[in-house]
Design a protein around this ligand. Structure first.
Ligand code: GLU
Length: 526
């Protein structure tokens, strides 16, 4: 067989927001296309009008724009194999349905839903196939005149694929190897419905892959059961020579327990399963998105690329899109499902965020602060990020255990940085750090309050109120006075035993605020 130009497609149905598994499918198609100098097509499969959701197509396009995954042709991208929206290709499909009818590979069936239901009740495990089609109302059992008369009188019908039983159908899958299915287990799938004059997924998908010269079909494992039927359709059309090669990607699995990753896992454990926030037009429900959660697109791409594939043990997990293209190998994808490790996703985000300039955090951090009723300047926020981004926070894992992880989102900052924006209003005397570091006066010692007072008076004389200026001025004085004011000073400014370097914090707060917090703590704690 001669090498074909690589042409792959991502072909979502606009039935709602794009699931993160769909994003991974598109990403693998993208990597494969780039790797082999091929083209990536964006096709909208909207022939099931009952499941159409307004806004879904736009949502999908925006998601890829955000992620930096670029298509070469398709809906909204142009190209000369269009139109790329299946609902705009009715005439094309009709032509191919007629081809199958003419060469006896398909037939017309008039059975109403009621008739089919009745049959299902009558025959256990009823399947519309070679063993039952002779008992049904279709063009195989009716005369040509009867069929024509029924159509003419406006009876709705479907066109079914006539599957020959007892044949081993082979699907040659790049990831799974040869998958063999006996055609007897397949039913005579509906390919076309007169009611809406539209083909079903199977027919439209095959016709389009053929006409759009698709060389490889890379899609989720859930489509593997359809593949034998698709192979038979290629045969029926006489297109076997140009049939695309298949690659069915591994499932994304729940982080905990068994089974497919679902939106409920995300809700329970606090991670999004959609790239962007989604506002359901029917219910008004809002589902969280990676973008709004504070992920950077590079982190999402890097994390997703490694769910089902890896570049080998000696290679770093941190990879840009270009590096992913360079190393990607479809034949090295795993057959086994990939556990969705959401803590790892956060880890990737941390790695990328700390590489970004601190000012990149500002828009997300601004939202977090505003939600708390706080307004800060971009400069202030950038400073806080610089001081706090390498700290760790506690979280509770799926099993209820307390664990620590890096700061991975702007929202992680809030619990660690309130004191930058809000002065301590009271002090918890039972707090271990405070008990240990704030001492009352006794016969020998002046006590912490007295020391802090002296310290505040000395700070009041400082002229260069920057972190470096304060350090140069105050460190020698502290040494000379043989003081150890740091922990008590921290209590004054933070209210707790946490936070950044004290000079940096004082510089951030400014002289007035620093002294004011000190005087307040002295008065409160005594
Ligand atoms: N329209 C299908 C989907 O929603 C496409 C499956 C395929 O790639 O063949 O995923």
């Amino acid at each position: 067989m001669t090498e074909r130009k690589v042409r792959v497609r991502f072909a979502p149905s606009p039935t709602g927001p794009l699931h993160i598994g769909g994003v991974r499918t598109a990403l693998y198609n993208y990597l494969y296309a780039r790797k082999h100098g091929g083209e990536l097509i964006f096709r909208i499969e909207d022939t099931d009008t009952t499941r159409f959701v307004p806004g879904a197509e736009e949502y999908i396009i925006e998601s890829f724009k955000w992620l930096g995954i670029k298509f070469d042709e398709g809906v909204s991208f142009g190209g000369n194999h269009g139109p790329y929206r299946q609902s705009e290709r009715r005439d094309i499909y009709k032509k191919y349905v007629d081809v199958l009818l003419q060469n006896g590979k398909a037939y017309i069936a008039f059975d109403t839903p009621e008739e089919l239901d009745a049959k299902r009740k009558e025959v256990e495990n009823f399947q519309y196939d070679a063993s039952t089609r002779q008992q049904m109302r279709n063009s195989l059992t009716l005369s040509k005149e009867e069929v024509d008369a029924l159509i003419e009188s406006g009876h709705q019908y479907v066109v079914r694929f006539k599957i020959e039983p007892g044949r081993d159908v082979e699907v040659d899958d790049i990831i799974r190897g040869k998958v063999v299915i006996n055609s007897s287990v397949l039913d005579d799938k509906v390919l076309y419905k007169s009611a809406d004059q539209l083909p079903t997924y199977h027919l439209a998908n095959i016709v389009d892959d053929h006409l759009m010269e698709v060389s490889h079909v890379i899609r989720g494992e859930e489509w593997l059961p359809s593949a034998p039927l698709h192979v038979l359709l290629y045969e029926a059309f006489g297109w076997t020579d140009t049939m695309p090669r298949f690659a069915h990607l591994p499932l994304l699995l729940k982080p905990i327990g068994n089974g497919k990753l679902s939106k409920r896992d995300g809700d329970k454990l606090g991670f999004p399963v959609f790239p962007l926030e989604w506002h359901d037009p029917k219910t008004g429900d809002i589902s969280s998105g990676y973008r709004e959660k504070g992920y950077v697109p590079e982190a999402v791409v890097n994390f997703l690329a490694l769910l089902g594939w890896n570049p080998g043990e000696d290679h770093s997990e941190m990879m840009t899109l270009d590096e992913l293209v360079e190393h990607f190998d479809l034949s090295k994808c795993s057959k086994n499902g990939a556990k969705f490790d959401y803590v790892k996703a956060a880890w990737f985000n941390h790695q990328y965020l700390i590489q970004h300039p601190d000012s990149d955090w500002v828009p997300a951090f601004d939202q977090v602060l505003r939600a708390q009723g706080i307004e800060a300047t971009a400069e202030q926020m950038t400073e806080v990020v610089r001081m706090m981004k390498t700290k760790v926070i506690e979280y509770v894992d799926g099993q209820g255990n307390k664990k620590k992880r890096n700061i991975s989102f702007a929202s992680d900052l809030w619990p660690l940085c309130q004191f930058f924006f809000v002065a301590p209003a009271s002090f918890d005397r039972e707090d271990k750090f405070i008990r240990k570091n704030w001492k009352a006066a006794d016969a020998e010692q002046a006590g912490t309050a007295a020391e802090m007072s002296r310290f505040a008076d000395r700070l009041a004389e400082a002229t260069d109120w920057t972190a470096e200026g304060l350090k140069a001025d105050i460190d020698p004085w502290v040494e000379e006075q043989q003081l150890r004011p740091w922990n008590a000073w921290r209590i004054c400014l933070v209210g707790l035993g946490q936070g950044p370097d004290m000079y940096e914090l004082a510089a951030f707060l400014g002289k007035e605020e620093t002294l004011c917090r000190m005087r307040f703590a002295i008065a409160e704690l005594g």
